[in-house]
Ligand binder design. Structure first.
Ligand code: ATP
Ligand code: MG
Length: 281
């Protein structure tokens, strides 16, 4: 049984990282390595506690089968999207959780509107969906490399807000997280990948090319975060350089959302009194 007093006590102020509607985001002013004074041990303890509660909430969400939760993850290469997903889902029942990675669109996907492929993966009732990259690529990489006309890109911010409103109206709770790192930190991660043969598979020379566009990416992120953080689908800029802190924050954000949603086990459609234990054969 979940104790309601414990539930708001994740020990970290996750709301601090929220982008409020009307905020003009400047990423340079947002920390990439904040830890709120916690050390690794304390943050890990919070993370573990969060995981346990998330596990119970997932069961309730699944049993209730009325609403869903969507975590959208965006980040520069090496910021830790994959490891965040591994950490957040560690205790989940895989049957109620679906992770979707959005890569370069296929020709078939490109023959549709940009939200077509995304909508198809919106989590169904009772499920948790995680997007590893998302429809935001259509105003990030697409903007940075001019893969669509400026006019078309300009219209997408409103379309994204409407799309997310549609999901929210249908019962999907949306949390969007940008894992925030510095360019210097990324360089360190890329060097580490090259030094360790077991990490070579993760090294992608194309990441070095993208890295050259760092400032353009930050500018594109700032526009998206400023224009698309809403009450029904808020953005959070989470400091991601201390991974143990990041895990505590992202699980804390999910926990806060679950607390507000308060999913309930459905009442039985039978009278348990009709089935006393001794009557079962
Ligand atoms: P990892 O490198 O950890 O496996 P990743 O998400 O970086 O994960 P990649 O296959 O390296 O996966 O990269 C996917 C690429 O697809 C990214 O460069 C991303 O910008 C690109 N991409 C995703 N969505 C779109 C889109 N709508 N239009 C153009 N490019 C896109
Ligand atoms: Mg990559």
């Amino acid at each position: 049984m979940i104790q309601s007093d414990d539930m708001n006590d994740s020990g970290i102020d996750c709301e601090k990282y929220r982008v409020r509607p009307g905020d003009r985001v400047s990423l340079a002013d947002r920390s990439t390595d904040d830890t709120q004074g916690l050390d690794r041990k304390a943050a890990r303890a919070i993370y573990k506690r969060n995981l346990k509660q998330l596990d119970e909430f997932q069961e309730r969400l699944y049993a209730e089968s009325k609403r869903s939760l969507l975590l959208v993850l965006q980040a520069m290469d090496t910021a830790g999207k994959d490891s965040t997903i591994r950490k957040v889902t560690a205790n989940f029942n895989p049957q109620g959780c679906l992770v979707t990675s959005f890569k370069k669109p296929t020709p078939r996907e490109l023959d549709h509107d940009f939200l077509w492929r995304v909508h198809a993966h919106a989590p169904q009732r009772g499920h948790i969906g995680i997007f590893n990259r998302s429809h935001y690529e259509d105003v990030l990489v697409v903007r940075v490399h001019g893969l669509a006309s400026p006019k078309a890109i300009e219209r997408r911010y409103d379309r994204i807000n409407e799309f997310e409103r549609l999901l929210a109206d249908a019962g999907t709770r949306i949390i969007k997280v940008m894992l925030h790192i510095s360019s210097k930190y990324q360089l360190g991660r890329l060097r580490k990948r090259l030094e360790n043969p077991e990490k070579h598979w993760k090294f992608n020379p194309a990441d070095l090319e993208e890295r050259k566009c760092w400032d353009d990416y930050m500018a594109a992120y700032e526009i998206a975060l400023t224009r698309c953080s809403t009450d029904y689908a808020p953005w959070y800029v989470v400091p991601a350089e201390k991974r143990w802190f990041r895990d505590a924050v992202v699980t804390g954000l999910l926990l806060n959302a679950f607390n507000e949603m308060d999913p309930r086990f459905p009442p039985p459609d039978f009278d348990p009194a009709d089935y006393p234990p001794e009557s079962l054969k």
